[in-house]
Design a protein around this ligand. Structure first.
Ligand SMILES: [Zn+2]
Ligand SMILES: [Zn+2]
Length: 379
């Protein structure tokens, strides 16, 4: 490939709790092995970027953030498998994990159908944007086995927020026993706590389009407004969503209003939602969500507050409620999620910024801007 310039623009975090610094840094070298070189087109900001920038995760700086981005392949490494159908010019979405994966551990060997010797859950895995430089730069080296080709009709800005937020919430629905294919949620009722946030508003769309009935829970004007917009955009399917303001509506009232209250108190365990996804880092959100579950229901934790959650083992013992967690997902799940989003019209509500405006984006994030905030490299 003819290299136009040996340097590129990048937003670099040099010290924790300080703004990113726009710099000119060397362009990545030609890709080796199974790696590919991509030109970034859009890069989305995730809550984890904020956590990293506070110094609460990896300690190695300087770092280029963003672990959910979209790009076009510029150069393909010599050992990239032709079966992946990745060529120069192919548009691809890129998640954080795993770069690199070790290729020899049990996770890399037994990877549930992902590309050979590649483990998203490799215990030695690094993460783009966290332990390696990510998407807030013009070019990036990534692993050919971690990416997903962008389906026709999806833009880079559409794709980027799905690479962490979209994949995580898609798999959270799977953990709540929704079958992840068209109609797979038929007959299931799912509650999403924090439904008006970045992950939540994608979760509402995925759940409804998979066939679920949804209780979309949040608090605050911005989040509830975003939910109303999502319901409006869903058209007739919007009737499958019940928006709940957790500040003014008690969990018990919501449960009986939506699921029906049985005449005999002994039968109450039969009525409730099948699964609840907990997105806020809040004990109240967890307790509220668990109260909505029917017996044998599943509570899926996506957030992981530093101080932890207090749980009631009696919910697990007497109501047979399961509690599980979710961390992004495998490559085959990433591809399935992206194809489903393209076909069914699942899109994040985005606000876009130029690469130069990244610190403005971060300020807006901390002020509670709704939807997903995305750097659009074409701006
Ligand atoms: Zn993320
Ligand atoms: Zn490994």
């Amino acid at each position: 490939m003819a290299s136009q310039s040996s340097t590129m623009r990048a937003q670099v975090l040099e010290k924790f709790n300080t703004p990113y610094v726009l710099k000119s840094i060397p362009r990545p070298p030609n890709p080796t092995g199974k790696d590919i070189l991509v030109q970034v087109q859009a890069a989305s900001y995730c809550h984890t970027d904020a956590v990293f920038a506070s110094g609460a995760m990896w300690q190695d700086l300087p770092r280029v953030g963003s672990h959910e981005f979209a790009s076009v392949i510029v150069e393909v490494g010599p050992d990239v498998s032709p079966s992946l159908k990745l060529e120069v010019g192919t548009p691809v979405g890129i998640p954080s994990r795993a770069f690199p994966s070790c290729g020899v551990c049990d996770e890399c060997g037994n990877n549930d159908g992902d590309p050979e010797s590649y483990g998203v859950y490799c215990t030695k895995a690094g993460n783009l944007g966290l332990s390696r430089d990510g998407g807030f730069q013009e070019y990036c080296i990534v692993d050919s086995r971690q990416v997903a080709p962008i389906p026709h009709g999806m833009t880079a800005v559409d794709t980027a927020p799905l690479m962490c937020a979209g994949l995580t919430i898609w798999n959270a629905l799977g953990q709540a026993k929704v079958k992840l294919e068209a109609g797979g949620g038929q007959g299931l009722r799912i509650a999403i706590s924090g439904a008006g946030g970045g992950l939540g508003h994608l979760g509402v769309q995925f759940a409804v389009k998979l066939g679920c009935d949804v209780i979309a829970i949040d608090t605050g004007e911005k989040a509830l407004y975003l939910l109303k917009e999502i319901v409006r955009d869903l058209g007739p399917l919007g009737s499958k969503v019940t928006i709940v303001d957790a500040k003014s509506q008690a969990a018990e009232d919501v449960r009986w209003a939506v699921c029906g209250k049985p005449e005999e108190p002994a039968l109450e365990g039969e009525k409730g939602v099948n699964g609840v996804l907990i997105l806020p880092e809040s004990q109240q959100a967890l307790e509220y969500g668990v109260k909505l579950l029917r017996n044998h229901g599943t509570c899926v934790m996506v957030s992981f507050p530093k101080e932890g959650f207090h749980i009631q083992p009696r919910d697990l013992v007497f109501r047979h409620i399961s509690m599980v967690g979710v961390l992004v997902g495998r490559n085959r799940q990433l591809r399935a999620m992206l194809n489903f989003a393209a076909q069914e019209g699942v899109r994040a509500k985005t606000t876009t910024y130029s690469l130069e405006q990244l610190n403005e984006l971060v300020d807006d994030y901390h002020k509670g801007a709704s939807g997903k905030l995305v750097v659009d490299m074409s701006k």
